[in-house]
Structure formats: C-alpha cells, structure tokens
Design a protein around this ligand. Structure first.
Ligand code: NI
Length: 163
C-alpha cells in the first residue's frame, strides 16, 4: 500500500488534458490500488490520476455504493439537473454549490481493459462528472461564476497558509 501525494491547485497537471490509458498491465493495477489508498486516507469519494501527478485518463471512485476504476471514461448520457455542494481534494475541500446533471451514464474501461457502462444518480453522478472533468483539465471551480471562483481560491490560499 502506498499513499501518494495529492497535487494541489494550481499545479499544471491539474489544468491540462490527460492522455489515454494504453497499457492495462500490473503497473496500472498497482496505480489503481495506490489511488484508492490515497483517496480513502484523504476521505474523498473520487480521485483522478492528475491529482497524483499523472496526466492519464484514469480515475477511481467509491461513492454511494459505486466502487470502480475508470480508464478512458466518457460521459455518454446526462439527464435532469441537481445543485449541491462540491469540493475537491486538490482544492483543500473548500465547498461551493455546482449544478450538474441528475442522472449520468458513464462508459469506461476497467483495470484489465474491459469496457463497461454504469449509470448513477445524486452524488455518484456528480462524481462521474467531476472526475471525468479532471481528465480534461477542468476543475469544479471552472463551473462557478468568476466571483464565486475567486472566493473559493481565496479560502483555499488561506487554508494552505495555516497548514
Ligand atoms: Ni476533484
């Protein structure tokens, strides 16, 4: 078991699109295990590879009974709307309300390369969208108005100072 360092805003790897996963090997399996360990230690419900410094299209999540590894994920369906508080382990868990789809369908590859589809609602749907966003260099603060985005950034800078 290894707990990896979590990258923090505005580290560059968080702001750029990631590259597809091509090798479904033992190394990817180990990385996935390490990402779960890192996520659980930080008490998160999802973690994307850029958050451990790797520009790879990969995330792990364990949220509302949905536990999975998603490589090369795509959002293939979105329905409805929900607004709820959202945070990110890379932004010091400063929360702000974000409006997202209420029901989301994900298509992705598992750790051995097998394609699967999964549907989710509520927080798990939010998690699919939030983690897939990470792989495109998009953070939840990018969904906020400029004013709210500045507030989150300022609060995060304050938290960093007192750590
Ligand atoms: Ni995040």
């Amino acid at each position: 078991m290894s707990v990896l360092r979590i990258t923090e805003y505005p580290e560059r790897v968080l702001l750029e699109p990631s590259k597809p996963v091509e090798h479904f090997d033992a190394e990817l399996e180990k990385l996935s295990v390490d990402m779960f360990d890192t996520m659980y230690k930080a008490e998160g419900v999802g973690l994307a590879a850029p958050q451990v410094g790797l520009a790879l299209r990969l995330f792990v999540m364990d949220c509302e009974g949905i536990k999975l590894v998603a490589a090369n994920p795509e959002i293939i369906g979105e329905e409805g709307e929900q607004t709820g508080d959202e945070g990110c382990l890379s932004i010091g868990k400063v929360y702000a309300p974000v409006t997202r789809a209420a029901r989301v369908k994900l298509r992705a590859q598992g750790v051995h390369g097998e394609w699967f589809e999964r549907e989710a609602t509520a927080l798990a749907a939010r998690c699919f969208l939030h983690e897939t966003d990470h792989l495109n260099g998009t953070l939840f603060i990018d969904h906020l108005t400029p004013l709210k985005r500045d507030m989150v950034k300022k609060r995060f800078v304050k938290i960093k100072k007192f750590r």
